[in-house]
Design a protein around this ligand. Structure first.
Ligand code: GDP
Ligand code: MG
Length: 543
């Protein structure tokens, strides 16, 4: 949920106007709003609102016609979004953005309490939704807080220089609220593109229509997904990264501070998710040249520590970086104030290919969230790891706590509030399932084809790198292991009895409570208190 209530206050203050672009609805339900006649007239109203708003309309849900906040349950809100998406489709528009707020109740004692009700705003835009396709590269940003992620991205997408006071980033500092609902189809907070003449940037990133313009104009899109650099957010960061199909990782390191513990951790996570990664040393305008070199040396050392080959672009050129990213980690020197390195980043992002997705492999999706939709039933959402799924497909879901898989069937597939007939690897989808109750679906379960023979395990052999640990990791060390969407306590038994910080070594990893579907080659992150590390599944045979 969003903390900043200003957009809600603004929408409520403007109010519903005849011929305006704002619409208030208490709720939208399948039973009353999708029946013949009603659907068409609501779609016509929506079309009208979109056109009056020059291609953008605002639907405030959870308020009465006169703007009094009613508040509705999260389930009702979710159903309202489902209905709204169908209306939008009918009106040749799409939901671009959804933001929700809790409502406060004033009690007789005068104290304010948070109730369960929510109110939300859906922003609708003309035309079909922004899809990630072959020409749409998604970059995940990471790095220590205040090291300049938002500013660097702001400068790339607008072309504007920063004032060193946070001027460029302001519009980017919003929470990816859709994560809440689990469908989280569009977590990108900034996008720019390229056409024959070079970069196509936004004039005013606050205007959604600018973004839509870029999507239309550019032949190639690059969008940025924030992975939040705050220590308390690490859990979210891991899920954000592991749960989302990203093409590249961009790690920022400020030239004044140099790499920190958080930087190392984020690097480990980016690499654990097998993301081809580049490092941008930011704020080079703030320090003397000697310091930039020093930080570059530290970054190189940090990369070597985790077995990566650094490629300083200053020495090897941007061409080498384009060729070798993935097998090496390019390091660029940048400043959002002086503009150093911005051209090089443009060149890089214009040239980098989309990572191949495995559309022809057998279907596999790890469940990130589950929820239940009135009239539809249990929905499992996540990013499709491999293959293709179609409505009607017969699948297996599991393992259940007892290790067995459940036979289920795909009722329908939803992608970013739109119903689709099929979806392929890389997409974030909600899959409505027949044959299972929502309460039985858990994060970390997998969906695989009915004819496959999934072999869930309690235990596997892994090769791990300890990124940080106060002492040493020994027999019985109990971290939480994050693998795909699994986040589960596990017990380590290192082959040599112990592992020290910086060590690479073999260990048996045993899930404490239940089996999961694990495959050789999968990467994972583990963490317990201040200790963290990354690992690769090497063998499922631990006998
Ligand atoms: P984030 O937390 O990593 O997203 O960092 P921000 O982008 O919010 O940047 C933190 C602060 O550093 C802001 O005040 C920015 O203006 C400043 N900053 C970011 N990049 C640069 C840069 O290249 N040069 C200078 N001088 N300041 C910068
Ligand atoms: Mg930021």
């Amino acid at each position: 949920m969003s903390a900043d209530r200003a957009p809600l206050r603004q929408a409520l203050a403007r109010g519903e106007e005849e011929g305006g672009s704002i619409e208030f609805k208490t709720r939208l339900t399948r039973d009353t709003h999708l029946v013949d006649g009603r659907l068409e007239s609501l779609a016509a109203q929506l079309r009208h609102r979109v056109l009056s708003g020059d291609g953008e309309a605002t639907y405030v849900i959870g308020v009465d016609d006169d703007g009094a906040i009613a508040g509705i349950s999260p389930d009702t809100f979710s159903e309202s979004m489902d209905v709204l998406s169908l209306l939008a489709e009918e009106a040749d528009a799409h939901i671009d953005d959804v933001e929700t707020w809790g409502i406060e109740e004033q009690h007789s004692s005068g104290s304010r309490m948070q109730s369960d009700g929510i109110v939300g705003i859906a922003t609708l835009q003309d035309g079909p939704m922004l899809e990630t396709d072959d020409e749409h590269v998604v970059v995940g940003t990471a790095g220590h807080v205040d090291h300049g992620k938002s500013t660097l991205v702001g400068t790339l997408v607008t072309g504007d220089r920063d004032d060193g006071q946070g001027g460029t980033r302001s519009f980017l500092d919003v929470q990816p609220h859709e994560v809440e609902r689990g469908l989280s189809a569009d977590l990108s907070y900034a996008v720019y593109g390229f056409d024959e003449e070079g970069p196509v940037r936004m004039d005013n990133p606050d205007r959604k229509t600018d973004r839509a313009g870029i999507v239309q104009e550019a032949d190639r899109l690059v969008s940025f997904v924030d992975t939040v650099g705050h220590e308390p957010w690490l859990h979210t960061t891991i899920r954000g990264l592991v749960g989302q199909k990203l093409d590249y990782g961009l790690l920022v390191v400020a030239a004044d501070d140099g790499p920190t513990e958080t930087t190392r951790e984020h690097l480990g996570i980016l690499l654990a998710t097998e993301l081809p990664t580049l490092v941008a040393i930011t704020k080079t305008d703030m320090v003397p040249d000697g310091r930039v070199e020093e930080v570059e040396d530290e970054v190189e050392a940090m990369l070597r520590e985790v077995g990566e080959t650094p490629l300083p672009v200053d020495r090897h050129g941007i061409g080498a970086a384009i060729e070798e990213i993935g097998t090496t980690v390019p390091i660029l020197r940048t400043s959002a104030v002086s503009g150093e390195g911005i051209d090089q980043l443009d060149t890089l992002f214009e040239a980098l290919p989309k990572r191949e997705s495995d559309a022809n492999a057998p279907f596999r999706m790890y469940v990130d969230r589950s929820y239940s939709v009135t009239g539809v039933g249990a929905v499992a959402s996540g990013t499709i790891n491999a293959g293709t799924v179609e409505a009607g497909d017969e699948l297996l879901l599991g393992p259940m706590p007892d290790g067995n898989f459940r036979e289920v069937q795909v009722r329908s597939i939803e992608m970013h509030y739109h119903r689709v007939d099929k979806a392929t690897a890389g997409r974030i989808v909600g899959i409505a399932l027949k044959g299972v109750d929502e309460a039985e679906i858990e994060r970390g379960m997998a969906l695989v084809p009915r004819n496959s023979e999934p072999n869930p395990v309690r235990e596997f052999e892994a090769e791990v790198v300890v990124l940080n640990h106060p002492t040493r990791i020994g027999e019985g060390y109990e971290p939480v292991v994050h693998l795909e969407t699994v986040g589960e306590a596990a017990v380590f038994s290192p082959e040599k009895g112990r592992l020290l910080p910086g060590d690479t070594g073999r260990t048996t990893v045993r899930f404490k409570f239940r089996p999961y579907l694990v495959e050789e080659g999968q990467r994972f992150v583990f963490r317990e208190g201040r200790s963290k590390g990354v690992g690769t599944v090497r063998s499922l045979d631990t006998s």
